[in-house]
Structure formats: structure tokens, C-alpha cells
Design a protein around this ligand. Sequence first.
Ligand code: FES
Ligand code: FES
Length: 156
Amino acid sequence: MTTHEVKLDINGSEHVVAVESRKTLADVIREDCSLTGTNVGCEHGVCGACTILLDGEPVRSCLLFAVQCEGMEVRTVEGLATADGLHPLQQAFSEHHALQCGFCTPGFLMLAVGALERDHDMSDDDVREVVTSNLCRCTGYQNITRAVMAAREVMP
Ligand code: FES
Ligand code: FES
């Protein structure tokens, strides 16, 4: 089995892993870096459960090979909360009941954080458009949309 050494900056910590070419970024984050907050659902780019930020952009980590991400900066759901407490978006998800089973939640959080960091002044329609990117089987989307709009008002 041929492996390649890949260096990733994940949530500010350096991870150096030896991975097969075929291994996805999602699997490397979960299995080699022990960060299991990123969920894997469909494994072919449809559901968005595996969304992370790669150099600041929301991407589906099941569609990337880890070897493509050498030297890049990864942010996962584990990096959102700080010693001071939850990230404003996590707080908003809690207050607006934006999750039920929670399987989709890490993906929605990273999707929305990336979108809000890129554009603080997103319109309500922009927020709705962003939220359509990922699938949730439980909530019906209204509360997720409300939570993202609420976070938009308080995110620095
Ligand atoms: S697991 Fe990656 S999009 Fe569904
Ligand atoms: S809260 Fe269950 S899939 Fe979204």
C-alpha cells in the first residue's frame, strides 16, 4: 500500500498524516485526525453533512482526496466554540431549535459560517439560497434559516 505524507492545518493545529491517494479528506479528518464532528452521509456530494471550510471556503470533504489538500487550512465544527463559549451561530442554532437529530448540523454550521464570514450583509434571500445547499431530514429548514439570520446580526 503506497501512502503519501500530507500536512494539514486543522483548527489551528498541524496534523501530518500518511494516507493512501484514494482516501477522502472527510475520512482523513475523521479517522486519521480523530475529529469525528464532521459527519459523512451520502459520500457523493449531495447531502452536505461533510461540509468543512478549506482555506475559508465551504466544501464537501467527501468529494476531495486528502492529498489534494496538502498545506491547506481546514476548519471543522470542533473549531467553532472557544474557551469563552459557543460560536454565535451555534448559540443561534440552540436558541432557534435549528436541529433535531443533529446529524446534518455540523455541515450546516460550517456552510453558514463560511457564507457569513464571506458576506456579513447577506439578504434573507441569500441566506435561504445558502441553506438550500445542504439536506436536513428533520427540521423543515425554517428554524435553520432563522438561526442563520439571527447569527448574521451578531457575528463580528
Ligand atoms: S457526505 Fe459529503 S455531501 Fe454527503
Ligand atoms: S436535524 Fe436531523 S437531519 Fe437535520
